[in-house]
Design a binder for this molecule. Structure first.
Ligand code: BJW
Length: 317
């Protein structure tokens, strides 16, 4: 059912579509200018983002990992939600039984006005900080940049923006910008920042803060996992939107299987085919291309105009 908007709209408007679950990944934010994790976007100064998003990396080199996250925070603050975020935000206000699970930590769904009670940040947020001292429960929401004077200068990956543009061009055209005789190592230098100059916990004043994100091997926030479980136990999901995710990280990917097992239908919004765990379903809708372009079109019957679906339109989750 590749790109079959007509049959998707028919289902959205039918009585069979009462409960909607949305799973979002990095591809939702690419047209806002934020990179994905896997593939050509997932490098920062020649480090693989996946290697830096680990508790071990932070334990070994908190200065390096903080500079990576300071850069990510800056990019997310500069970015603007795109039409995909806005379409999902509208959906969250129009459809009573819907829940969005985002793996993204960029805060763009919240900034697009998504109903906060129906938005779960499965992998945390770049803008929440928590103390690394196990005996301290300090947590804060903080959008300041830079977080400390030592973290200034982390705004740009490259020393000059022309090279960054060249890297982006390379990612889209597969042309190597090194063939232009540009040096490939012209990154802004990585500093060695002592712990005392990294963000320090204002409560215990003893330990450094870390981004409140979920790194590999770490448990997900219990309240979030419980909320998803409760939603899946209480409701039979009729439709799951799988948006801009490689479905390669668990437990997020497992939610797709759970919906499949319940007999729910899937709609995949991705620039690539073959991203669903255990292969793509022939019965799923595949909207191949930029999620920011497809989502407003696909969700129009629920989000735009006077047309109403059988889905109720109040905000009680
Ligand atoms: C577009 C597009 C456009 C591009 N439009 N589309 C069961 C089986 C096997 C392994 C495990 C298992 N359970 C747990 C594990 C281990 C592990 C895991 O999943 N490993 C896998 C590699 C196999 N999971 C964990 O460790 C999790 N923890 C856990 O399970 O704990 C259990 C526990 C219990 C009790 C005690 C202790 C432990 C934690 C996972 C945390 C993931 N964290 C990260 C980093 C977050 C912080 C940060 O942002 O820095 O989350 S990793 C990274 O991957 C990030 C993302 O949220 C996540 C998913 O990536 P996503 O969003 O799918 O991005 P990409 O790049 O992979 O894909 C982008 C997609 O978009 C692509 O498909 C493109 O085609 C597409 N796209 N442009 C539409 N314009």
């Amino acid at each position: 059912m590749a790109n079959d908007l007509a049959s998707f709209h028919k289902f959205l408007k039918s009585k069979d579509c009462q409960v909607i679950l949305v799973l979002c990944g990095a591809g939702l934010s690419t047209s806002s200018g934020l990179p994905t994790f896997r593939g050509s976007g997932g490098l920062w100064k020649n480090y693989n983002s996946m290697d830096l998003a680990t508790p071990d990396a932070f334990l070994i080199d908190p200065s390096l990992v903080w500079q990576f996250y300071s850069y990510r925070r800056y990019c997310a603050l500069e970015a603007k939600p795109n039409e995909g975020h806005f379409a999902l935000a509208k959906l969250s206000h129009k459809v009573s039984k819907c829940l969005t699970i985002t793996q993204n930590v960029d805060n763009l769904s919240a900034r697009a006005g998504h109903n906060r009670q129906k938005l779960l940040e499965l992998h945390g947020s770049l803008f929440r900080l928590k103390c690394t001292n196990f005996t301290c429960s300090h947590k804060e929401f903080n959008e300041k940049h830079p977080l400390t004077p030592a973290l200034s200068g982390t705004e740009h990956e490259f020393a000059n923006s022309r090279k960054r543009k060249a890297k982006e061009l390379e990612a889209t055209t597969e042309v190597s910008w090194e063939s232009d005789h540009e040096p490939s190592s012209d990154f802004t230098p990585i500093k060695e920042i002592p712990d005392t100059e990294l963000p320090i916990c204002p409560d215990c004043k003893d330990a450094i803060l870390r981004p409140d994100v979920v790194w590999f091997g770490e448990p997900l926030p219990l309240s979030v996992v419980d909320t998803v479980d409760e939603f899946l136990v209480r409701n039979k999901v009729d439709l799951m939107l799988v948006v801009g995710t490689s479905c390669s990280v668990w437990p997020a990917a497992g939610y797709v299987d759970r919906v499949r097992q319940q007999g729910g239908k899937l709609a995949v919004f991705n620039t690539e085919l073959g991203t669903l765990p255990d292969g793509d379903d022939v019965h799923a809708w595949h909207f191949l291309g930029d999620a920011a372009e497809w989502l407003p079109k696909a969700l129009a019957p629920l989000c735009d105009g006077p047309e109403q679906s059988s889905c109720q339109t109040n905000d009680a989750a």
